[in-house]
Design a protein around this ligand. Structure first.
Ligand code: TXA
Ligand code: MG
Length: 341
């Protein structure tokens, strides 16, 4: 980085080596990083996030050549996907190497690995040299941050270094693909890397049915989710006006925040006590801005946050997944139970 803060990367790497925590930008969301080989650093990471220790974390690495340091029995498909999509918003679940700590894997026989596509994250990984365990840099159950200003002040009390960075160009957490089993690869968490793009590299269609039978050991309850503080409700476009009106009739003092994607609503046809934000009607752009916009709307102190249900279709699958979890509605198929992370 050509700026006065160029020493910050070596500083952040030494913080990690000493067992500290570093918040760093990625192309998806901010990560809260710790040395993936240091049990004390991992304990601090879990404590800071308020996350149960049997939840696995993703190990971030700098280079595909580091895969065998973390995983064994790596299938050829893993290398094909890695060559095609790394650095990028994809996490591969592989069988773990024997030394990988149970705090990284949640006590399972598998490990999640990814190479993020962000210059700051890659510089940090290169300077550090090892694997960085990094969940999203939010308190357990809360919204993921995509910008430094959206990092929770309570979380920051325990973070030793925050690396600055632009908002990620993806904006939603990585697509997680399980390649650890005997059968075909499975998508455990939808992301902005789409199944069709994955299948184009694999050369065959993934068996969607297997999603429903897959279970991994993560505690999950619908009460905890990727949630803003303001209760969030998804409402179909044609019911927006009536829903807002009836909320205001029932409780005139209620402040309502509304998030739409349909430009026909952008002139705010709703009554005065409504704060309206419009996101682009384009899945990648909507996804890129979603978390920051939800953070902004959360500041407004509204009694309820109404979100216009996005269009259906594969390009919107990850957006739907996150909004459903934020509104406490379970996803249609039981994918990875990641609603608390
Ligand atoms: O984009 C991302 O993936 C971000 C950035 C920071 O890289 N990270 C992220 O981490 O979203 P986190 O911890 O918030 O979510 C990781 C998800 C969890 O749902 C966890 O259960 C799943 O990955 N995961 C990690 N290791 C796993 C494993 N071995 N088997 C199954 N799921 C795993
Ligand atoms: Mg998370």
């Amino acid at each position: 980085m050509n700026n006065p803060e160029e020493n910050i990367i070596p500083h952040a790497a030494s913080v990690l080596k000493q067992g500290g925590l570093v918040a760093f930008p990625t192309e998806t969301v901010y990560g809260l990083g710790a040395d993936a080989s240091n049990p004390a650093a991992l304990a601090k990471l879990y404590e800071t996030k308020g996350r149960p220790t049997n939840h696995p974390v993703i190990v971030h690495v700098h280079d595909i050549s580091q895969l065998p340091a973390w995983a064994v029995d790596i299938p050829p498909e893993a290398y094909r996907l890695a060559e095609a999509f790394w650095p990028g918003p994809m996490t591969l679940i592989l069988r773990k190497a024997s030394h990988v700590l149970p705090m990284v894997t949640g006590g399972q026989e598998t490990v999640g690995i990814r190479i993020p596509d962000h210059p700051v994250a890659l510089s940090l990984l290169e300077a550090f040299g090892g694997g960085i365990a990094a969940p999203s840099a939010n308190l357990f159950g809360r919204l993921s941050p995509t910008r430094p200003e959206d990092l929770d002040p309570v979380l920051l009390l325990h973070v030793d270094c925050v690396l600055p960075g632009d908002a990620g160009h993806v904006g939603l957490e990585s697509t997680i693909i399980d390649l650890s089993g005997e059968g075909q690869p499975r998508v455990l968490r939808p992301g902005m890397l789409l199944s069709t793009e994955i299948e184009a590299v694999l050369g065959y269609e993934m068996n969607i049915k297997t999603l429903e039978s897959h279970t991994i050991r993560t505690p999950g309850s619908l009460a905890s989710h990727y949630a803003p503080h303001t209760p969030l409700q998804l409402v179909d476009s044609h019911e927006l006006a009536a829903t807002i009106q009836s909320l205001q009739v029932a409780k005139p003092s209620l402040r309502v925040a509304v998030l739409v994607h349909n430009s026909s609503f952008s002139k705010n046809p709703f009554p005065d006590a409504v704060l309206l934000k419009t996101l682009p009607d384009d899945p990648p752009e909507y996804a890129r801005q979603l978390y920051h916009t939800l953070h902004e709307l959360d500041q407004y102190g509204a009694g309820i946050l109404i979100v216009e249900t996005p269009p259906s279709g594969m390009a919107w699958a990850a957006v739907h997944d996150r909004l459903r979890r934020a509104s406490k509605i379970p996803p249609p198929t039981a994918t990875c139970n990641h609603d608390n992370d």
